[in-house]
Design a binder for this molecule. Structure first.
Ligand code: OKP
Ligand code: ZN
Length: 342
C-alpha cells in the first residue's frame, strides 16, 4: 500500500491548547506524523510518495471560499492586529447573536469561523492544512488509478472541520475533500467510515442531505465526550440523504469486544450500500493509553480492525485523523494498514 506524506504538514506546530481550564501543551503535534512515517518505513508498508500540488478548486468543492480565504489570510491579519502568539478564538455568534454580520475585527472573524477554543491557529497552519488536504487528494487519485488501497498520512486532521469552520484540531476536512474528489472524478457511491474516537461532526454535516456519500461513525457518546453537540444515534440524514448517515455512540470504557457489535453493524450497512470506494477516517485514539480519550483498544485490536475492513471488499482510502499516544501511534496505525493488507 502506498503512503502519501509531505514535510510541509509538519509546519503547523501548535505549542499550547486550551483545555480543562488551563493552557496545556498541545497534543496534536508534528511528532505524531513523524512517528507514523517512521513506522511505515520500518515495517515496509510500501512506497512513500509526496503529494501533488492541487488547485484550490477541490477545497472549494467542500468548504466555503470565504472560509478558505480566512485561513489563508489569517496570519497577516493577526500580525497586523499586533499579535504574534498563536491564536485562539473566544467569542462565538451563538443563539440570539447576529449571524449575518461581516465583521472586521480578527477576533470576530475567529469566532465566526470556528467551533471551539482548543484549536490554535499559527503562522503555518494554512500551509500545513493545505498540504494535508493535498495528501488526501493524491491518495484518492491512486484509487482512481486502480489501486485497491492507499494511506493518506494526514496531519493536521480534518473530520471536525465543516463547511465554514475549524475546530477539534482540524482546519480542512481531508476525508470529505477526498470523498468529493472521488465523486467528481467518476465514482458514484462513496462510503465514509469514521473510526476516530471522536464523532466526525464536520464530515457528517457536509454530507447530511446526500445519498451519494454514506457517512458511518463509531465513537464515544457525545453526551460525555467532545464534540458534545453532534453524533447521536437519532441523526440519520435529511432530505435526499435520509437514511445515509448512521452513528454508533458508545460508552466510555468501550473495549474491542464491546466495540465489535457496532463495527459489525456498520459493515452490514457497507455491504448493503455497495460503495465504489470507502474512505476510512482513521483515528487511533480508541487506544487504551490515549491521553485525551476513554476507550480501551489494545495495539492488537488495531490489527483486527484492519482485517475486518479488508473483508468489506471495496477499494479503501485510509485518511489519518486523531490518536495522541505518540509512542504507540505508529504501531497502532501500521497495525491497521497491515491487518488490511494481510
Ligand atoms: C480531534 B480528533 C481534552 C480536550 C479535547 C478536542 C478533541 C479533538 C479531537 N481535554 N478537545 O477527533 O482526534
Ligand atoms: Zn479523535
Amino acid at each position: 500500500m502506498k503512503t502519501v506524506f509531505s514535510d510541509t504538514q509538519l509546519a503547523h506546530a501548535p505549542k499550547q491548547e486550551i483545555s480543562d481550564g488551563e493552557l496545556k501543551p498541545a497534543v496534536e503535534v508534528p511528532s505524531r506524523a513523524e512517528m507514523v512515517l517512521e513506522t511505515v518505513k520500518s515495517r515496509k508498508v510500501g512506497e512513500i510518495v509526496s503529494p501533488d500540488d492541487f488547485p484550490i478548486r477541490p477545497l472549494h468543492r467542500v468548504h466555503a471560499p470565504d472560509y478558505v480565504g480566512f485561513l489563508e489570510d489569517f496570519w497577516d491579519k493577526w500580525l497586523a492586529a499586533g499579535r504574534s502568539n498563536e491564536a485562539f478564538p473566544f467569542v462565538w455568534p451563538i443563539r440570539s447573536l447576529r449571524q449575518d454580520i461581516d465583521v472586521n475585527h480578527i477576533d470576530g472573524l475567529l469566532g465566526r469561523y470556528s467551533m471551539d477554543a482548543g484549536t490554535p491557529l499559527g503562522e503555518n497552519t494554512f500551509k500545513a492544512a493545505r498540504a494535508s488536504a493535498d495528501t488526501a487528494l493524491t491518495a484518492a487519485k491512486f484509487l482512481l488509478d486502480g489501486e485497491q488501497s492507499a494511506f493518506a498520512l494526514c496531519r493536521p486532521p480534518g473530520h471536525h472541520a465543516g463547511f465554514d469552520f475549524f475546530g477539534g484540531y482540524c482546519f480542512l476536512n481531508n476525508a470529505a475533500i477526498a470523498a468529493q474528489y472521488l465523486r467528481d472524478y467518476g465514482l458514484h457511491r462513496i462510503a465514509i467510515l469514521d473510526v476516530d474516537y471522536h464523532h466526525g461532526n464536520g464530515t457528517q454535516a457536509l454530507f447530511y442531505d446526500r445519498p451519494d456519500i454514506l457517512f458511518l461513525s463509531i465513537h464515544a457518546d457525545p453526551k460525555d465526550e467532545y464534540p458534545y453537540f453532534l453524533g447521536y444515534a437519532d441523526e440519520t440524514g435529511e432530505h435526499a440523504g435520509t437514511g445515509f448517515t448512521r452513528n454508533w455512540p458508545l460508552p466510555l470504557g468501550t473495549d474491542w469486544d464491546s466495540y465489535t457489535p457496532a463495527l459489525e453493524e456498520a459493515c452490514r450497512w457497507l455491504l448493503v450500500y455497495k460503495p465504489d470506494a470507502m474512505v476510512v477516517s482513521l483515528g487511533m485514539d480508541c487506544y487504551e493509553n490515549d491521553p485525551i480519550s476513554g476507550f480501551r483498544f489494545k495495539s492488537e485490536d488495531f490489527s483486527r480492525l484492519g482485517e475486518r475492513l479488508k473483508k468489506v471488499g471495496v477499494p479503501t482510502l485510509f485518511v489519518m485523523e486523531g490518536g495522541y499516544a505518540v509512542d504507540a501511534l505508529g504501531t497502532n496505525c501500521v497495525n491497521v494498514l497491515e491487518g488490511f493488507a494481510g
